[in-house]
Design a protein around this ligand. Structure first.
Ligand SMILES: Cc1ncc(COP(=O)(O)O)c(C=O)c1O
Length: 265
């Protein structure tokens, strides 16, 4: 290969210019970092699931992409649960996924096990997968536990989105992941898994320094760190709820149970 040629980069899965290319030593180093990183993320998420995720099901990202989006309502009188009848009404043969955000931005809601089960059954009925944005996972302070949508991976395939930015308070680090929860192998069988892998070139990689820190962060963060954050969120949410209830012109239909958000009317 001559200098100045575009070359295939096996780590990035795409062509790179000479400036972006890596020496064989650097490639080996990065590949083993990447395998280690995927193992640690799979291990971290498997703690909350009834099955074990494989590192091959983990994709590390720092960006997003473009699709047609159809909106459905969340219902304040039902604690901001998704209006699943509306989901059925707007889905058609081109629909590929139902997206939920749990814990919720912007409503501060936390989905119950029962509601997530209904979400899974609705998606199964429509023949689509669920994309569950769980970047606020575990940031909860109400009566409901956090239940990962991946718990229903045997009912319907689930893509879970996660990020360092919220639970660890490092938004500038730009490292997230999406994980395929597909214990029955539907996405592999139907080649959707391969398409997901094929789209990875649309994302740029997170900084390697941050990738290198992830295994340590996931394994070594002390429980006190999380407890302190939740205590501040809980306190702020209480002050917000009490103050807003003193106001005449605004209502607060459902008290926040997680995330730093509250939805007012
Ligand atoms: C629900 C939700 N998902 C994803 C993101 C993106 O997270 P990140 O900061 O890791 O890009 C945000 C950011 O606020 C969010 O609120």
């Amino acid at each position: 290969m001559r200098d100045g040629c575009i070359r295939w980069d096996p780590i990035r899965g795409r062509e790179v210019s000479p400036r972006q290319s890596l020496s064989p030593y650097r490639e080996r180093e990065l590949r083993s970092l990447s395998v280690y990183l995927h193992m640690r993320i799979a291990e971290y998420l498997s703690k909350d699931l009834p099955y074990k995720l494989s590192p091959d099901n983990v994709f590390v990202t720092n960006a997003s992409s473009n699709l047609e989006v159809r909106h459905f309502d969340l219902l304040p009188e039902r604690g901001w649960e998704a209006d699943l009848e509306a989901v059925e009404a707007i889905a058609d043969e081109n629909t590929v996924a139902l997206v939920i955000v749990n814990p919720g931005n912007p409503c501060g809601n936390v989905c119950s096990y029962q509601h997530l089960e209904k979400v899974a059954k609705t998606a199964k009925k429509l023949g689509i997968m669920v994309i569950s944005d769980e970047v606020f996972s575990h940031l909860i302070f109400g009566s409901k536990p956090f239940v990962p949508m991946g718990v229903f991976g045997s009912t319907v395939p689930v893509l879970t989105l996660g990020s360092l930015s919220k639970r660890w308070l490092v938004p500038g680090w730009r490292l997230g992941w999406f994980v395929v929860n597909d214990p029955t192998g539907i996405l592999k069988e139907t080649k959707v898994f391969d398409s997901i892998k094929g789209c990875l070139h649309a994302f740029s990689d997170p900084s390697t320094f941050v990738q290198g820190a992830i295994p340590y962060i996931l394994q070594k963060t002390e429980e006190d760190f999380f407890r302190d954050i939740i205590s501040v969120l809980k306190q702020n949410s209480k002050v917000c709820y009490n103050k807003i209830n003193e106001m005449q012109c605004i209502t607060y239909p459902h008290k926040s149970e997680g995330s730093p958000y509250a939805m007012l009317n």
